[in-house]
Design a protein around this ligand. Structure first.
Ligand code: NAP
Ligand code: ZN
Length: 353
């Protein structure tokens, strides 16, 4: 059984600290991956601090994993030793319900298995990518095209697919005016992807100092959402809004910006509810308020190929594993441009010391 070196939290108020555990040896359908980089998602922080009240401890987060294949099982066809590979938010699902049959494993009716924190309907814990290697069923491993910027590809495995999937589902493209709320890890990917899909992109941010970045990343307009006058200029204009904000906030000012039949989709997952929106914004213009969860495995591959074709990667700040707790504090302050990625070499050096 291969020994794994990782960083884990032992309880909700604990900092992440070194932790050793054993991964399974690769079985016939498994791919073993030497992890090179792992992105830092706000969901990691929500989980480590038990903000969703479902955390299994010890908690080893990390679901934006890229690395190199070091072993494959006898039945593995798509990967060989030395290939680049990625792992996102899921490592298994039932494979026989209607959602799995349609390639929407994230909506598995028997509960998918998260890359960390175990199966969603309960069961044994799983340990994520803040670790030196991982063993995953081939079906849940993604192909990564050759790149000289592998670290910046890592965030596509969660931030990329979580924004690509709803943008594709609600048919964002040329002729559509699309709002993105929040310029963080998810938001900056949404801006890049919606722009590449050909939409007119309006970024809504609470941070006036993110204006130049928003435009550089692909937004056509930037609106400071706290400024009612700026918000009023967008009333009834947007076909679709993707809301990535990680904290409870008033949804009404955004719903009022949708056209008739427009939809706002929530992907941000705050620890407590948003204030309930008024029904009048919805019924008078037949608007919809929706939600969306990551994306299926096939769609994740489609997103990776789309990003490769369009030259899209994440804007990252590379950190050492030893800086992870400080990185969480900075993420809470919105002080990250726009995704922290852990250089797993720093973890391996510590393990060897
Ligand atoms: P992040 O990097 O921290 O970005 C969140 C952004 O929200 C901030 O940069 C900020 O943008 C905006 N914001 C406005 N007010 C805020 C406040 N009071 N507190 C925090 N943020 C505020 O987070 P992320 O990694 O993109 O994740 C965003 C949310 O999506 C999290 O809740 C995460 O758990 C969730 N998530 C959901 C899925 C899914 O499948 N649905 C997948 C991954 C993550 P401005 O400065 O521009 O206002
Ligand atoms: Zn995530």
């Amino acid at each position: 059984m291969p020994q794994t070196y990782s960083y884990a939290a032992q309880h909700a108020s604990d900092a992440l600290k070194p932790y050793r555990f054993e991964r399974r040896a690769p079985g016939a359908d498994d791919v073993q991956i030497d992890i090179l980089y792992c992105g830092v998602c706000h969901s990691d922080l929500h989980t480590v601090r038990n903000e969703w009240h479902n955390t299994l401890y010890p908690s080893v987060p990390g679901h934006e994993i890229v690395g190199k294949v070091t072993a494959v099982g006898a039945n593995v066809k798509k990967f060989k030793v030395g290939d680049l590979a990625g792992v996102g938010c899921m490592v298994d699902s039932c494979q026989h319900c209607a959602s799995c049959a349609e390639g929407e494993e994230q909506y598995c009716e028997n509960g998918f298995t998260g890359t960390y924190n175990g199966p969603v309907f309960g069961g044994e814990n799983t340990f994520g990518g803040y670790s030196d290697h991982i063993v995953v069923k081939e079906k849940f491993v993604l192909r990564i095209a050759p790149t000289d910027n592998l670290a910046a590809v890592a965030p596509l495995l969660c931030a990329g697919i979580t924004t690509y999937s709803p943008l594709a589902h609600w048919k964002v493209g040329p002729g559509k005016k699309v709002g993105v709320v929040g310029l963080g890890g998810l938001g900056h990917m949404a801006v890049k992807i919606a722009h590449a899909m050909g939409a007119h992109v309006v970024l809504f941010t609470t941070s006036p100092n993110k204006r130049e970045d928003g435009l550089r990343l692909g937004a056509d307009e930037v609106i400071v959402s706290k400024d009612e006058r700026q918000m009023a200029t967008q009333a009834n204009q947007l076909d679709f809004i993707l809301n990535t904000v990680a904290a409870p906030h008033n949804l009404d000012p955004f719903l009022a910006l949708l056209k008739r039949d427009g939809t706002m989709t929530l992907v941000g997952a705050p620890d407590s509810p948003h204030p309930s929106p008024t029904v009048f914004n919805l019924i008078f213009k037949r608007r919809s308020l929706a939600g969306s969860l990551i994306g299926g495995i096939e769609e994740t591959q489609e997103m990776l190929d789309f990003c490769d074709k369009h030259g899209i990667v994440s804007d990252i700040e590379l950190i050492a594993i030893q800086g992870i707790n400080e990185a969480y504090e900075r993420m809470l302050k919105g002080d990250v441009k726009y995704r922290f990625v852990i250089d797993i070499a720093t973890l391996k050096q510590e393990a060897a010391a």
